[in-house]
Every structure is written in structure tokens, then in C-alpha cells.
Design a protein around this ligand. Structure first.
Ligand SMILES: C[S@@+](CC[C@H](N)C(=O)[O-])C[C@H]1O[C@@H](n2cnc3c(N)ncnc32)[C@H](O)[C@@H]1O
Length: 214
């Protein structure tokens, strides 16, 4: 079966911007909320088993989790993002794969993170994407998603002056929590923070932590 058009466009776009993205993200000022949420999640999952960073990009969140004693590894749709992740941290495990169809057994992970990766899944496919992430999570395992929220879909034609065909969706945090509930998770915490100051950061951000029942 041929892959959906949005996946092909997302892969090609991230392959094209991979080097520019790596440069931009390493210079980006990280919100203290990011650190706080990742630390809270790390306390939940450290020592429980492997944790998947789904849509890991160039690996910064995988590395941050590992620095907090989490057995994290990354998977990403874009081979070029994975190439940069592996160059950034040759000691960590990264591989190419889609979060819509993960190359892992059921219940293989004690934790799953989707850190600004579900944003590229169209709303009509979000349920299927989250269900796939939940499939690989063990009963009692922990889930974390971060995403921009409360804004219109963003469709840039270029990023870093490189042509792209990308959509950035902004799910509603309460609706996202309800979806997790439908898919067999209990929401542990939902945090919505205000947009960052300055141009280019126009949306609030949501973090949702949940635990798989069972
Ligand atoms: C905004 S970047 C975030 C990267 C990383 N999580 C971070 O915060 O630095 C989005 C990432 O999600 C990946 N991605 C998008 N759709 C995906 C899919 N269906 N499966 C796996 N990765 C995907 C992209 O290739 C890209 O690396």
C-alpha cells in the first residue's frame, strides 16, 4: 500500500531542512517548562524499561532523557534527521520509522514521548497515530506529548529559506486528553503555557502526561 501523501511531504521536508533545523534547535532558548515537564516524566519512567522518543528529530530530547537516567531511544520519519541524531550522539540508539506504523512489538516500551511530532499528523489521522503509540506502550506505561495549541494550522512555504510542504497542526489540549482517555490512558497532568515572547513564537504550548491503564 502506498504511504499517505502527508507522510511523504513531511519526510521530504524534514530531510531538506535537517541541517538547518539542527543548527536552529541547538541555539534555541528552551522554556523552563520543557525542562520541568521532562524532569517530571523522567521521574515517572526512569528504571522502568525502554522509552521511545517518537519523532525524535536530531535527538536532543532523547539525550536529555538519557541524562536523567531514562533508557531512551529515538525513531523518526526523516533519514536525514536520524543521520544528524546519530552524529550528535553516536552512543545512543536512533532509527528511521513512522509513528503511524512503528516497527516494534506490542507493549515493548515503558514510556513513549511525542515531543512536537504529532503536530504533523492531520486531525483526521490523529486518533490512529496516538493509538499506534499506545499499542507499543506496556500496561502501566507512561505517555508524554508536547505540542503547540490554540491556533490555526500553520503552512509555511519555506523554512530557513528552504522550500517545504509541511503542516503544523495545533490540537486542543482538553480534546487531546479526552482522546487519550478513549484510547485507554488516564491523564496525569495537562499543562498549557503562554506563547514565548518575541516574533516567530505565536502560540501557547501544551504538555500532556498520561498512564496506560492495566
Ligand atoms: C518539530 S520536529 C521535533 C523534533 C524533536 N522531537 C524536537 O523536539 O527537537 C518534528 C519531528 O517529527 C518528525 N515526524 C513527523 N511526522 C512523523 C511520523 N509520522 N513519524 C515519525 N516522525 C515524524 C519529523 O521528521 C521531525 O523530526
Amino acid at each position: 500500500m502506498s504511504e499517505p501523501d502527508f507522510l511523504t511531504r513531511t519526510r521530504i521536508s524534514y530531510d531538506a531542512i535537517a541541517d538547518a533545523y539542527a543548527e536552529w534547535i541547538r541555539d534555541m532558548e528552551v522554556s523552563p517548562w520543557d525542562d520541568a515537564v521532562l524532569a517530571a516524566f523522567a521521574r515517572r519512567v526512569a528504571g522502568r524499561g525502554p522509552v521511545l522518543d517518537a519523532g525524535c528529530g536530531e535527538g536532543r530530547i532523547t539525550a536529555q532523557l538519557v541524562s536523567m537516567e531514562v533508557d531512551a531511544r529515538g525513531v523518526d520519519l526523516s533519514p536525514e534527521m536520524i543521520r544528524n541524531a546519530q552524529a550528535f550522539r553516536p552512543d545512543l540508539r536512533f532509527e528511521v520509522g513512522s509513528l503511524m506504523d512503528l516497527p516494534y512489538e506490542d507493549e515493548a516500551y515503558a514510556g513513549v514521548v511525542a515531543w512536537y511530532s504529532l503536530i504533523h499528523v492531520p486531525p483526521s489521522r490523529l486518533r490512529a497515530a496516538v493509538a499506534e503509540l499506545v499499542r507499543v506502550l506496556e500496561p502501566g506505561g507512561w505517555f508524554l506529548a508536547a505540542f503547540q495549541t490554540d491556533a490555526e494550522t500553520f503552512r509555511p512555504e519555506t523554512l530557513a529559506e528552504i522550500p517545504v510542504s509541511l503542516e503544523f497542526h495545533r490540537p486542543d489540549a482538553a480534546e487531546f486528553g479526552a482522546l487519550l482517555g478513549d484510547l485507554g490512558l488516564d491523564v496525569d497532568a495537562t499543562t498549557v503555557r503562554a506563547a514565548d515572547d518575541g516574533p516567530g513564537h505565536p502560540t501557547p504550548h501544551a504538555y500532556v502526561v498520561a498512564r496506560k491503564r492495566g
